[in-house]
Structure formats: structure tokens, C-alpha cells
Unconditional design. Structure first.
Length: 75
């Protein structure tokens, strides 16, 4: 399962989601601005509250890091 923790006005969040979509990767977008449970999940994964944060089956990628995304998605 792939989750993207993001907020609507974040350009890097949009880049991550666009990239994943371009690779035909299904993901769940969690808007941590409006979703208190999602925000709690994010805080448990990264105490610094950095976004975007992508959780790929327990592998965490902070920011838009194509190399790590590709590695964890085996692209």
C-alpha cells in the first residue's frame, strides 16, 4: 500500500503525485491539513512533519526523491 501525506498548496506534493500517476502507481492521498487521523499517522512516521512524505510498504521517502521512489517501487 502506498500513501502520500500532503497538503493542497504544496508544489512538491503535487510533483510527487504527478510523478506517481505518470508511472501508473496507485496511491492514497492523505491531506494532513484536513485529516486529523492522517496527521497523526504522519507524525508517527516523521516527527518533523515534513511533507510530502510517501510511505511505500513501510519504506519512507521524504520530499520528491525520484531515485528512492523508483527504488522502493522497483521501477
Amino acid at each position: 500500500m502506498i500513501k502520500v501525506y500532503s497538503i493542497p498548496d504544496c508544489s512538491w506534493c503535487k510533483k510527487v503525485k504527478t510523478y506517481l500517476t505518470s508511472k501508473n502507481v496507485d496511491f492514497t492521498d492523505i491531506n494532513v491539513e484536513d485529516d486529523p487521523e492522517g496527521r497523526q499517522e504522519l507524525m508517527s512516521l516523521s516527527p518533523e512533519l515534513q511533507i510530502p512524505l510517501v510511505n511505500i510498504n513501510g519504506n519512507i521517502v521524504v520530499g520528491f526523491n525520484k531515485e528512492k521512489l523508483d527504488e522502493y517501487l522497483q521501477l
